[in-house]
Design a protein around this ligand. Structure first.
Ligand SMILES: NC(=O)c1ccc[n+]([C@@H]2O[C@H](COP(=O)([O-])OP(=O)(O)OC[C@H]3O[C@@H](n4cnc5c(N)ncnc54)[C@H](O)[C@@H]3O)[C@@H](O)[C@H]2O)c1
Length: 264
C-alpha cells in the first residue's frame, strides 16, 4: 500500500526489538526504508532485524543502552556508517518502573525516568542534528504518553519524563524548522508485552481501560501506530512539526479509565 514511501531513507528506531518499536520498524521496512534496530535486548533485536531482512529491507542491529550517552551517540554514528545517513530518528525505548504513589517515588526513580524518557532522546537528537542539518531534511518522532498529558496516577516519574520530552521536542521543532527538520510526538495506545503483563497482574483495571477506549480496543503496533509514524516520517508530513498526535483510538478525548486505586 505504501511501497516506496521511504525509499532511500534510513531510520534509527530505539527500542525496536519488540512492541511498538518493532511495529514501526516493520511498517518503515515495508515502505522501502532502511532501519537500524537499536535495543539493549540482543536476542530480540537480532530476531527483529532478521524479520526486516526477510521482507527484503536493508536492516542492521545495534546493541545499545540508550541511557548511556556514549552508546546513544555511537548508535547515531552507526546509522550513518552502516545505512549511509540518518534521515528519520524515532525515540521509543522505554522500560517501566513501579506503579506507586507520588510521595513514595525516590529521586533515583525520577533520575532513571528522566534518563530514558528525556536524556536518551536529547542525546540522539543532538547527535543526529549535524547530519540532518547538512542534508536539509530530517524527521524526528518521539514517543510520549497519555499518562503525562492526563496526569495518570501511580507513574509520576514517567509522566514527568515524557512531558519533559514533549516540551523538548516542541523546542527542537521550533529551532530546527528552518533546516527542514520536523519533530513530532506520538502518544500511542497499543497492546504490547508490557500491557499484556499488566493485564495479568491487574486484569480488572486492564479490562476497564480497554472498555473505556472509544474504539473498544488497544491498538496494533504495526497497523495502528506504525502507519501514523510512517506518515510523520514521510515527505507528506513536511509542513507538520511540533505536534502531539494521540494515536489511541480516541482515548484522550474524555480521558481513559486508567485510575488504579493505589491505597495509602
Ligand atoms: N504500549 C502502550 O500502549 C504505550 C502507551 C503510552 C506510551 N507508550 C510509549 O511507547 C513506547 C513503546 O512502548 P512499548 O509498549 O512498545 O514498550 P515495550 O516494553 O514493548 O518495548 C520497549 C523496548 O525498549 C527496549 N529498551 C528498554 N530499555 C532500553 C534501554 N535502556 N536501551 C535500549 N533499549 C531499551 C526494550 O528492550 C524493548 O525492546 C515507549 O516510549 C512507551 O513509553 C506506549
Amino acid at each position: 500500500m505504501h511501497e516506496g514511501l521511504l525509499a532511500g531513507r534510513a531510520a534509527l528506531i530505539t527500542g525496536a526489538a519488540e512492541g511498538i518499536g518493532r511495529g514501526m520498524a516493520l511498517r518503515f521496512a515495508k515502505a522501502g526504508g532502511a532501519v537500524l534496530v537499536v535495543d539493549f535486548n540482543a536476542e530480540k533485536g537480532a530476531a527483529t532485524t532478521e524479520e526486516l531482512r526477510s521482507i527484503g529491507a536493508k536492516a542492521e542491529f545495534f546493541q545499545c543502552d540508550v541511557t548511556q550517552r556514549p552508546q546513544m551517540e555511537a548508535a547515531v554514528a552507526a546509522c550513518v556508517d552502516r545505512l549511509g545517513s540518518i534521515d528519520i530518528l524515532v525515540n521509543n525505548a522505554y522500560r517501566g518502573g513501579q506503579i506507586t504513589r507520588i510521595e513514595k517515588k525516590s529521586d533515583e526513580e525520577f533520575d532513571q525516568s528522566m534518563a530514558i524518557c528525556l536524556y536518551a532522546a536529547k542525546w540522539s537528537m543532538e547527535a543526529a542534528l549535524p547530519h540532518m542539518k547538512a542534508q536539509r531534511w530530517g524527521r524526528i518522532i518521539n514517543m510520549c504518553s497519555l499518562n503525562g498529558t492526563n496526569a495518570h496516577m501511580g507513574t509520576a516519574d514517567y509522566n514527568v519524563g515524557k512531558e519533559a520530552l514533549r516540551t523538548y521536542t516542541r523546542s527542537a521543532a521550533r529551532e530546527w524548522a528552518p533546516y527542514g527538520i520536523c519533530a513530532n510526538i506520538i502518544c500511542p495506545g497499543a497492546a504490547t508485552a508490557g500491557f499484556l503483563t499488566f493485564k495479568k497482574m491487574q486484569p480488572e483495571v486492564a479490562a476497564a481501560s480497554e472498555a473505556a477506549n472509544p474504539m473498544g480496543r488497544l491498538g496494533d503496533p504495526e497497523t495502528d501506530i506504525g502507519g501514523v509514524a510512517l506518515f510523520l516520517a514521510s515527505e507528506d508530513a513536511r509542513y507538520l512539526t511540533g505536534n502531539t498526535l494521540h494515536v489511541g483510538g480516541g482515548s484522550h478525548i474524555n480521558g481513559v479509565a486508567w485510575n488504579p486505586d493505589l491505597g495509602d
